[in-house]
Each structure stands twice: as C-alpha cells, then as structure tokens.
Ligand binder design. Structure first.
Ligand code: ARG
Length: 407
C-alpha cells in the first residue's frame, strides 16, 4: 500500500484510553491509525503483547521501540549534567520522556505516511504542550490531535466503547491515581492526593521503600567521567545500568520521595508525588563532584543556567534554540567533572561522605590548618584592604551625611 498522508500516528501506551482512542480516532476522522509504543522503562507488559493489542484494537500498523538506552543517554544524562530540578525539587521525569517519544512519533509518521500525530493527554496538563511543541519543532508541517481534549473521549465514554466493541482491554480495574513512570522516576497525581492536607498512603509508592524502616546503610562509590556515571563500586556500567542499579539500591533506602505542589505551564497549581531514587542520588553525587572540579564563577553561573534549563525543559522547550545553546554551555562545563563520589544511602537520604578526583581544584596544601600549609596568609591583608575599599568609602560618606548612626 502506498503511503498516504491522511493517516494518524498515535502515541500508544497499551492502556484503556489509548486502546479506545485507536477506533475513536479512526471513526471520527475517517483515517487509518498507526500505533506507536515507546519503552522508556515504564515497566509492565511485554512490548510484543502491547503491539498485538494495538492491532486487535484496529491499528493498521503498530510500531514498538525499546528506547531505554536512548532515553537515558540523550535525555536523562543531559538532565544530570544540568542537575535539573524544576522548582528546586522535581527531576523532570515526565518532561524528559515526552520529547523522546515525540521524536519516535515523528519518525513513525514519516515512515508510515501520516500527517497527524495524536496522544492521550488531557487539555489540563503539561504533557499535551510538550508533545505538541516537540512535534512541531521537529516537523512544522505536522498536525496534532488529542482525542481526550479535541474529540470528547472521556473516561466513561472509553469504558462504554471498550465494552461495546469487546476490545481486549480491562475496563474494571480502577486505579485511584494518574501515574507516569519511566527509568528516571515515577509521577503520581489525582485522587485523594488532590486534597493538599492528605498525606500520601503507602500504596502510592512503588520505586521506594519506607525510609522510616530502612535496612542497614548502603555505601556506594559512583565514578563519573565528564559528568557521566561510568562505574559503580569500581564496576563499569552504562548510564542506563547506573540509573537502574541506583533505583534499586537507593529505592530500598527510601531515597528520592518528593511531595510537592508545583506550577504547571497552563497556570494550574497541582499536587504531585514523585519517587526518583536513582536520579536524586546521582544528582546529589554529581553536584558534589562539581563542587570540587568547577571554577567558582563558572559554578555560580552554571547554577543560574541549571534553573533556566529546568524551566525550559519543564515548559516544553526541549527542541528550542535556547535550550540547544544552553546544552553547549553545560557540556563545556563538564570537561573536568571526573572522579569518584562515595555516598551512604540510608533513611531516605543519599549523603556524600567522600570525593576523589585528579581534575579537581581542591588543594590540600592551601586548605590545611595543619602542617604543610602553603597558603601565604600575609597576602590576605592586602586583599581585604582592596576588597573592602568601596564599602569603607560608602560607610565614611554615610556617617558624614548622617544617613547612618555612628556606633
Ligand atoms: N506534573 C509532572 C509534569 O508535568 C508529571 C505529570 C505526569 N503525569 C501523570 N499522569 N502523573 O512533568
């Protein structure tokens, strides 16, 4: 069959909503639907099973991709180099996966001859913006469609449709939360969490165990090469393996639980629970290595850049020109971020207890208060004289004019 551009490529999760969306879109737009499922480490079902379900639900083609390695190398590692935490806390779990999924959607759209890309997001969240802005940033000619938002595909309608058409998908299982998860972490929202006073219950958490009953402390040494984790306890690992192993080990100690109210791009404040044990431990370790290896002004400037980078990524600008420029800056700062960080994982915290690097700016001779001191303290006197000069001039003037009272 020749490729026709009136097909629709749908971001398919294998769940109820996107399974129903296949037939729903086909009926309402009179177009063929191609289902695309991208594995970013969300766990759950075998991709072969998901692919077959898409076909059983009426997709003309179904494409599945194991993108875990690509996700960690090209999306999570840059976030680690940027120590990316939105509003100081959220490691951008979902915000990182959307641009990657969008990339696969656009690729599939070209391959299967589709002019429209569809996704299962509602009209209230950030993810619709991330999908659509990412898609049109790569393919300006592409149309975007959200069946929930644009074609009135509500939850109740979806259940009714699935039963009526006997779709091979469970309609009874009631999950009280809306969950998005990948190898970088897990995001949980809605249900009783919408009351800000309600504490999260135990069933919210999957990646982490209760930090109040931790097992014995776990010590880990993380080796970085230019900002990238390359070994754990001396064993070489890929970045994906590093994240996975730290998810297990830090998760067992309850590291990386986050309960916050955040500002969505669409203006809504929302309560979110996250768990990102590997990401939180890695960022903590990476920051500690940067403290030793980055020059002071560079580090200070980078901290501002990190915030701006996190805002941009949260706000759907992964493929923007500014983000690309920032990436170049951040990459350049990483050339000496090499060495080992030792941390203790315990009681919900990842605590750095040691650093070791050949490319650091820490000088034992300069720092020591014991024998071997190489710092010439006499030069501090002149430094302070000049450093405090303007403050001294200002103080003298303010005393003269009576602006401040004399001590
Ligand atoms: N609020 C987070 C974000 O915008 C997570 C959203 C993930 N979706 C979900 N259904 N929990 O990045």
């Amino acid at each position: 069959m020749s490729a026709s551009t009136d097909r629709v490529v749908l971001a398919y999760s294998g769940g109820l909503d996107t399974s129903v969306a296949i037939g729903w879109i086909a009926e309402r737009t009179r177009r063929e639907v191609v289902a695309v499922c991208v594995d970013v480490g969300q766990g759950g079902e075998d991709l072969g099973v998901v692919r077959q379900r898409a076909l059983d639900c009426g997709a003309v083609e179904a494409y599945v991709a194991d993108a875990r390695e690509e996700f960690v190398n090209d999306y999570c590692v840059p976030a680690l180099k940027a120590n990316a935490l939105y509003e100081g806390r959220y490691p951008l779990v979902s915000a990182l996966s959307r641009p990657l999924i969008a990339r696969h959607l656009v690729r599939a759209a070209r391959e299967f001859g589709a002019g429209t890309v569809a996704h299962g997001c509602t009209g209230k969240g950030n993810d619709q913006v991330r999908f659509e802005v990412s898609i049109t940033s790569m393919a300006p000619d592409m149309d975007c469609l959200s069946p929930v938002r644009d074609l009135a595909l509500t939850r109740d309608v979806a259940i009714g449709y699935a039963e009526e058409h006997s779709l091979p998908i469970e309609t009874t299982r009631h999950n009280p939360f809306s969950i998005d998860q990948n190898v970088w972490g897990r995001a949980i929202e809605t249900g009783f969490l919408e009351d800000l006073w309600n504490a999260p219950t135990k069933d919210v958490y999957v990646y982490t165990d209760d930090p109040t009953y931790p097992p014995l402390p776990d010590e880990v040494v993380i080796t970085f090469e230019r900002g990238v984790p390359v070994a754990l306890d001396g064993r070489p690992v890929t970045p994906l393996e590093a994240v996975q192993e730290l998810n297990r080990r830090a998760g067992a100690q309850g590291v990386g639980r986050i309960d916050m109210v955040e500002d969505r791009l669409v203006g809504i404040k929302s309560r979110e629970i996250y768990e990102a044990p590997g990401a939180v431990a890695l960022i903590e370790a990476h920051q500690a290595l940067e403290a030793v290896t980055l020059e002071r002004q560079q580090r200070r400037y980078k901290r501002q850049m990190e915030q701006a980078w996190s805002d941009l990524v949260y706000e759907a600008q992964w493929y923007s020109p500014l983000k690309r420029s920032m990436d170049a800056f951040i990459e350049d700062t990483q050339r000496h971020v090499c060495g080992d960080i030792r941390m203790v994982l315990h009681g919900g915290r990842a605590t750095v207890t040691g650093r070791r690097t050949d490319t650091g700016l820490y000088d034992f001779g300069l720092a020591t208060y014991d024998t071997g001191d190489t710092f010439d303290q006499s030069s501090a006197r002149g430094f302070i004289e000049i450093y405090g000069l303007q403050s001294r001039l200002a103080a003298a003037r303010d005393l003269r004019s009576g602006d401040v009272e004399a001590f």
